[in-house]
Design a protein around this ligand. Structure first.
Ligand code: GLN
Length: 537
């Protein structure tokens, strides 16, 4: 294949427009045309990466296989396209500046004055080249934020230059905007889109396609109006209506020839996108019959996006059984001896996701105990596994002071402790955890093995503490099995209660590897157990 092609996706009018989903859908269509794609996001904030940001503010931190802590949009990219993203897939202003400053300290700039243009913009463009170096036919780069934001300007300038650097026929600009519907006037408004495109043009960027996010269909006349005001071909004004099944957006874009318009611009000759597998998945989703209720007991339940991959993974497992997974978000802080019965009433399973810090751990321990004693299916993830083992130590092994050194460094029984030296580089907070893919060897006699169907799996991690091997024998004796072990460092990866229909907890984050057409084995096992529980089996 000839030179790499670049697609840039910007957003206008408001944030949270679903640019990430838009980029993902286009990525999926291009992949299904047989093209090799690379997905990337530029985030204009100053943090080096989102690793240190609160999930309540910024939503989930998505972890890549190569161990980068990234924006949650990368989760959409992987779920929609099933193509792995990498550490070159998410770039922030903090990262760009820190590498430019590091170069300056090393004298790389030969006495020159270091400036936003060209030094910062060049560094930004380096990441486009790194993406192209993956061997991709098409790189799709989403620019975070909204056109007009001060922070975003260097990125817009960099992608403007990209057309000069890489060539007109190798670059394609998509602008995603909001078309509001005014209920009282019963009218659709195109003015915000016009303003937003004007703003984009003032930065020297001319969109090749405009995607309209809208609650109601946009009539042809309005689309033509936008095309003419914004100087875009009529057929390149695309609508993205709110959909019940978000994965269907791929089909909606195909109907409007989004991928065809792009490939024509790039002069790429490919077959049309084959969506037969995709449609089989959609049929499953459309034929959902019934539901299963799952309690999500966590620390960051105030923001839905804080557990977005967990929510998605639960939904994916539901599709396998044609069931809708209804999630009840419960803040672990709200759980007490008095409230627990009411709050968990009617739930067929309890999922405890990851988290940091001591807040909420009391309630979390109660939930673990409740699931264990009442034989309610339980899936613990990362902090969820740590809580499950601490609860077991306190109430089954009778170590009343059992804890994690994260919460009580002075306790005698640290069943959860710092990972062995070498596993955690430093106690600085940014990027220092055990991150990304590590192997996990499964016990062939375990329940989880039945779902995985293979002995060695790689799973994604993001933790600083882990199970203290000194306690393994005692736990085992009392019926908690260690069924997944990292063979390289002998670290506990999965535990399973013997005398329970499904009490499974893992140190890694299975949710990151779940796909809508390929649900994760642990989620499938959990949902199956929840359905059995619901049936009263
Ligand atoms: N706070 C725990 C640790 O650092 C769990 C992390 C998590 O749940 N991602 O090990």
């Amino acid at each position: 294949m000839a030179e790499t092609k670049f697609i840039f996706i910007t957003g206008g009018v408001v944030s949270s427009l679903g640019k990430g989903i838009t980029a993902s859908c286009i990525g999926r269509l291009l992949k299904n045309r047989g093209l090799k794609i690379f997905m990337q996001k530029f985030d204009p904030y100053l943090n080096y990466d989102p690793g240190t940001m609160s999930p309540c503010q910024h939503g989930e931190v998505f972890v890549t296989g190569d161990g980068a802590e990234t924006d949650l949009d990368l989760g959409h990219y992987e779920r929609f396209t099933d193509e792995p993203v990498s550490r070159h897939s998410n770039v922030t202003t903090g990262r760009i500046y820190s590498s430019v400053i590091e170069k300056e300290r090393k004298g790389h700039f030969n006495g020159g004055t270091v400036q936003v243009i060209p030094h910062i913009t060049n560094e930004i463009k380096n990441y486009l080249r790194k993406a192209a170096a993956s061997g991709a036919d098409v790189v799709l780069t989403e620019i975070g934020g909204t056109v007009g934001d001060i922070e975003g300007q260097p990125y817009l300038e960099a992608i403007r230059q990209a057309r000069r650097d890489f060539g007109y026929e190798n670059t394609f600009y998509i602008h995603v905007t909001l078309v509001p519907y005014l209920r009282s006037a019963d009218e659709i408004k195109t003015k915000p889109t016009q303003h937003s495109v004007r703003e984009l043009k003032s930065m020297g960027l001319q969109p090749d396609m405009i995607i309209l996010r809208t609650e109601v269909p946009v009539p042809v006349e309005q689309r033509e109006k936008i095309a003419s005001f914004c100087d875009v071909a009529d057929r390149a004004v695309i609508q993205a209506l709110d959909l019940d099944i978000v994965y269907e957006q791929v089909n909606k874009f195909k109907e409007q020839k989004v991928d065809e318009i792009i490939c024509q611009h790039f002069k790429l000759k490919t077959n049309s996108a084959n969506l037969s597998e995709w449609n089989t998945m959609l049929d499953k989703i459309k034929n959902i019959d019934g539901e299963v209720k799952i309690a999500l007991v966590g620390k960051y339940t105030s923001l839905k996006d804080a557990y977005i991959s967990v929510n998605e993974a639960l939904a994916h497992a539901g599709y396998q059984f044609r069931k809708n997974v209804k999630i009840k978000r419960i803040e672990s802080d709200d759980l007490t001896e008095e409230t627990i019965g009411t709050l968990l009433k009617g739930m067929s399973g309890i999922l405890m996701p990851g988290g940091f810090g001591v807040r909420g751990t009391k309630g979390a321990l109660l939930a673990c105990k409740y699931a264990r004693e009442n034989k309610i299916p339980f899936l613990g993830i990362c902090l969820g596994m740590q809580m499950a083992t601490i609860e077991f130590a306190r109430n089954v092994l009778d170590y009343k002071d059992a804890d994690s050194s994260e919460f009580n460094p002075l306790t005698k029984n640290k069943v959860i402790d710092f990972l062995p030296p070498g596993q955690y580089p430093s106690i600085d907070l940014g990027g220092t955890m055990r991150l990304g893919d590590y192997n996990c060897q499964l016990d062939k006699d375990s329940r989880v093995y039945k779902y995985y169907g293979e002995e060695m799996v790689a799973e994604r991690h993001r933790h600083r503490y882990g199970f203290n091997n000194d306690y393994r024998k005692e736990f085992q004796k009392k019926g908690l099995d260690f069924v997944g072990i990292n063979p390289e460092n002998n670290l506990v990866e999965i535990v399973e209660l013997k005398d329970h229909p499904w009490f499974v907890a893992c140190q890694f984050h299975p949710e990151f590897k779940s796909r809508p057409n390929k649900a994760h084995p642990l989620f499938i096992g959990f949902i199956e157990a929840a359905l059995n529980y619901q049936k009263g089996e």
